[in-house]
Design a protein around this ligand. Structure first.
Ligand code: ZN
Ligand code: ZN
Length: 288
C-alpha cells in the first residue's frame, strides 16, 4: 500500500473520486486530504473549493481511504474555537495545509501550533519565500518553543533549504524557488530533520521531487539518513495517476517520478515502506 500524505479535493475540479483513483493507480492505499480555508491571508481563487466543510463531506462519502485534516483562517477571531470544534467531531487527524500570507512565527499561527500540540494534531505548513509562511529562518525557534507540536514541512522554501546555499532574495536576477544546482551540505532543513524530533518532511510536488533529484548522490544519502522523518506525498493535481490534469491538460504525475527514485535510493523494501506509508501511519496514530 501507499499513503499519500498531501492531496487536495477542490484543486480545480479535482474530486474525492480523483484522489482515490490517484492512489489506486499506484497499488491502492490512503490519502491525507488537506483543506486550505479561504480567508484574509489565505485567499486565492483556486482554493475556494478547498474549505474544510467540503473536504469532510467527501471524506464522509469515501470512508477510511481518505484521512481528513482541517484548516481555519488564522486571523478569524474565533480561529482557536473553530479548531476545538473540529477536534470535538473526532473526524480529523491534523491541521493543514497551513498556507498563509503570514510569517511562520506570527503570533496567531503560534497560538494555533500550540493548540494543535495540546490536541495531539500534526501541523502541515507550506513555506515559500515572498508568499507563504515567510521568515523561514525563524522556524528553528518555533521548533524549540513548541516541542509538543509535531510539524510537517512542505513546499519551495522548505525544500530549497536542503542546501546551505539557497536563493532567498526573490527580487534578485535569476531567482528561482526551485534550485537545481548541486546541494551544499549543511542546509537548515537537513539539520532540523536531524536535530528536532518534532519535524518531518513532506516529499510532495516539484519542490519535494527537486530536493531528492537535483543532486542524486545527496538525495540518496538524505533519504537514508532521514529514513524515519520523510513522508511520501504528491500534492499532484492529476486525476488518475497518469498525468491527466483535466480540461485537456496533461503533465507528468509526481508519483510516477518520486516512487521510482525512492525505490532506487532505499536500502530495502522495509526502508521504502517506511517512507511510502509507515512513517505517516505512525505519525497519525493509525499503525496497524
Ligand atoms: Zn498543497
Ligand atoms: Zn498524479
Amino acid at each position: 500500500m501507499i499513503l499519500d500524505f498531501h492531496t487536495h479535493i477542490g484543486q480545480g475540479s479535482r474530486s474525492a473520486a480523483h484522489v482515490i483513483a490517484h492512489h489506486n493507480a499506484y497499488g491502492g492505499g490512503k490519502s491525507v486530504v488537506l483543506p486550505i480555508e479561504p480567508g484574509d491571508c489565505t485567499a486565492m481563487g483556486a482554493y475556494a473549493g478547498m474549505r474544510t466543510e467540503l473536504a469532510i463531506e467527501a471524506v464522509d462519502e469515501y470512508g477510511d481511504e481518505l484521512i481528513p485534516f482541517c484548516h481555519v483562517n488564522p486571523l478569524a477571531p474565533d480561529a482557536l474555537d473553530q479548531i476545538r470544534r473540529y477536534h470535538a467531531t473526532g473526524k480529523f487527524y491534523g491541521f493543514g495545509e497551513h498556507k498563509v500570507r503570514l510569517a511562520c512565527d506570527h503570533p496567531d499561527s503560534l497560538d494555533i501550533y500550540r493548540l494543535c500540540g495540546e490536541l495531539g494534531w500534526p501541523v502541515l505548513i507550506h513555506f515559500e519565500y515572498r508568499n507563504y509562511s515567510y521568515n523561514f529562518e525563524a522556524f528553528e525557534t518555533v521548533l524549540k518553543t513548541c516541542p509538543e507540536t509535531t510539524f510537517i514541512g512542505h513546499a519551495q522554501a522548505w525544500w530549497a533549504n536542503v542546501s546551505a546555499e539557497v536563493p532567498r532574495d526573490y527580487r534578485a536576477p535569476g531567482y528561482t524557488a526551485y534550485p537545481k544546482d548541486p546541494v551544499v551540505h549543511g542546509g537548515l532543513t537537513d539539520r532540523w530533520l536531524e536535530e528536532y524530533p518534532n519535524i518531518y518532511g513532506d516529499l510532495s510536488a516539484g519542490s519535494g521531487l527537486g530536493a531528492i533529484s537535483r543532486d542524486r548522490e545527496f538525495g540518496k544519502d538524505f533519504v537514508r539518513r532521514h529514513r524515519t522523518k520523510l513522508l511520501w506525498a504528491t500534492d499532484c493535481p492529476c486525476r488518475d495517476g497518469k498525468g491527466n490534469w483535466g480540461e485537456g491538460r496533461t503533465r507528468e504525475c509526481f508519483a510516477s517520478q518520486t516512487l521510482p527514485l525512492l525505490q532506487e535510493y532505499c536500502e530495502s523494501e522495509d526502508h521504502y515502506a517506511d517512507i511510502t506509508y509507515r512513517n505517516g501511519l505512525r505519525l497519525l496514530g493509525l499503525e496497524d
